[in-house]
Design a protein around this ligand. Sequence first.
Ligand SMILES: [Zn+2]
Length: 305
Amino acid sequence: MLRQRTLKQTVSTVGIGLHSGKKVSMTLRPASSNTGIVFRRVDMSPPTLVELHPERVGETMLCTALIQNEAKVATVEHLLSALAGLGIDNLYVDLDAAEVPIMDGSAGPFLYLLLSAGIEELKAPKRFIRIKKPIGAQRGDGWAKLLPFDGFKASFEIDFSHPAVNATAQSLEINFSCQGYASEIARARTFGFMRDVEMLRSRNLGLGGSLENAIVLDEFRVLNQDGLRYADEFIRHKILDAIGDLYTLGHGIIGAYQGYKSGHAINNLLARELLLQQDAWEMVTLADEQKAQVIFVDDYAFASV
Ligand SMILES: [Zn+2]
């Protein structure tokens, strides 16, 4: 039986918030079976919990933000993506500010941090959401779907009319039973356009954004001196985001995700739609031999990343 996972020990890191530009400390602590992923705002008195659920997603403009009562935790998607990649079910995420640190704009530093803590298997069986019927969400000309599939794969298509993005592949499919999350997706960074920077700063957003934690493009080219980490890093990051956004459901998915010009808002609509369409999916547990299809990163494979 494939079992639930948490961390072996507590680990901490410090970074800056993408929006606030301020220092944020984050501590990840092991949690028992069926706790789920629980954020704690330890700067609030008393410390305030923010639980993971698609209906707690309160903002999706530039990141995915969870809001519960007075407590908000923004930019959760890259950490959630790394947690999905490692199949971690239960964890406390303690933060002393209203956002998860942006690190280098990818999920790579989170993956490294989680693996450095070690992964602990718990007694309770791990539960997956198995898609039985197609589910879709649409907004404007973008859409996202979940379809039945024996494993997990994600395909995405973007349509940016920008010379530097046009030069890269704008569609991609990754089948995680044979392609690893750590090597194919985790290191892809978020990206932004110079023309948006002033607009964001005037709204007090993106104050921590820089060439250190994003791919930044002007009208013609990528401004980062070292260029891209993958030839098609933009679309890989969109898959990274979709995996993180769907992990607000708190369980891995057995099915196929398809996104066309999707983003945090449409991904959240899709997760909410899934919860409404109760005959379109079921909760399942899996035998060990099915593990390879659904766990994106084998713990021991990290040495090869
Ligand atoms: Zn992102």
